[in-house]
Design a protein. Structure first.
Length: 198
């Protein structure tokens, strides 16, 4: 099994998504001028990286065998239905955004909240960019990415993902005993690939 890495320079920020992540209602006022300042400060702080590997997947009812490890999940089995392969990946924005959140939490909680929301939007954008890359590379339909902790996909499967990808070595991403990742603006997920027409 080979673990690959990719580095991304993400495109334009979706400000409406940042507003949504900040918990601001659609018609509520939002400090876009502060967001613009945050975007500028975060630009050089982000280190957007992904590590991933491609697995053959065998599904028998609710049991999924990726070769390196097995999972029992009705929701994941449904998501990966008719997929013969799956990409398992970890993505992170790096420690820079965490440092900005921590810095502004002490002096301006509202600014820290915007950095939190900006980090969430950038992490989503990173995953979207990676999944589009995989779709192009395989020339095949992909399923929506599915993360541990969603539905009945056990959060403790994070351990298996970190073990097979060696996330700390490849992208500097670590996992604690409570299954929390550091840097915090990080994602792990399974992406199903439909390699046939069945």
């Amino acid at each position: 099994m080979t673990v690959y890495t990719k580095t991304y320079d993400l495109g334009k920020v979706n400000k409406k998504e940042v507003k949504r992540y900040a918990g601001s209602g659609e018609n509520a006022a939002f400090p876009y001028e502060i967001l613009d300042e945050c975007i500028g400060k975060a630009k050089n702080a982000l280190s957007c990286k992904v590590c991933y590997a491609v697995f053959d997947v065998k599904i028998c009812e609710n049991n999924l065998d990726f070769g390196a490890f097995s999972v029992k999940s009705k929701n994941l089995a449904k998501n990966l239905k008719k997929c013969e392969k799956a990409v398992i990946f970890a993505a992170t924005l790096g420690v820079g955004i965490d440092r900005l959140i921590a810095k502004y939490s002490a002096v301006s909680p509202s600014t820290a909240l915007i950095f939190q929301a900006l980090g969430a939007e950038r992490a989503e954008a990173l995953c979207d960019a990676f999944c589009e890359d995989i779709k192009r590379e395989f020339g095949a339909e992909t399923r929506p990415r599915f993360s541990p902790g969603y539905g009945d996909f056990d959060i403790f499967c994070q351990k298996d993902i970190f073990a097979v990808l060696n996330c700390e070595k490849h992208i500097g991403l670590t996992l604690n005993d409570s299954m929390l990742m550091s840097p915090s603006k990080s994602v792990t997920a399974v992406l199903g690939i439909k390699t046939n027409e069945n």
